[in-house]
Design a protein around this ligand. Structure first.
Ligand SMILES: C=C(O[C@@H]1C=C(C(=O)O)C=C[C@H]1O)C(=O)O
Length: 100
């Protein structure tokens, strides 16, 4: 079999696994969309009460919690923290915009 050809049984197995990956990716997009809906509400609340966009103490608690959850789930805690900080950076950007 040529290097770039796939055994039909392998192709079927791969397609089945990829269906689950596609479902998980779709769920992640929906969960992120919901998370941003709630963080936008926090942004409005902060803007109308003259509170700062970021809350480093809350972030530190969340980082500790998520790192522990990642360890329990056999997910790299450094990756979990990177993901969280990436999302929070976008949230804070939204909160700054909400302040006008
Ligand atoms: C959403 C908030 O605003 C910011 C974003 C956070 C987040 O996305 O988890 C956490 C803390 C804040 O820096 C909040 O204060 O709860």
């Amino acid at each position: 079999m040529a290097h770039n050809e796939m055994d039909p049984e392998v192709a079927v197995e791969l397609a089945g696994i990829r269906e689950s990956i596609d479902n998980i990716d779709a769920a992640l997009i929906h969960m992120l969309a919901e998370r941003f809906k709630f963080t936008q509400k926090v942004g409005k609340l902060k803007a109308s009460n003259d509170l700062p966009p970021s809350d480093p103490a809350r972030e530190a608690r969340q980082v500790a919690r998520l790192r522990a959850l990642a360890e329990e789930a056999n997910l790299d805690p450094t990756f979990a923290e990177k993901w969280f900080r990436f999302v929070v950076e976008e949230v804070i950007h939204h909160h700054e915009q909400a302040r006008g």
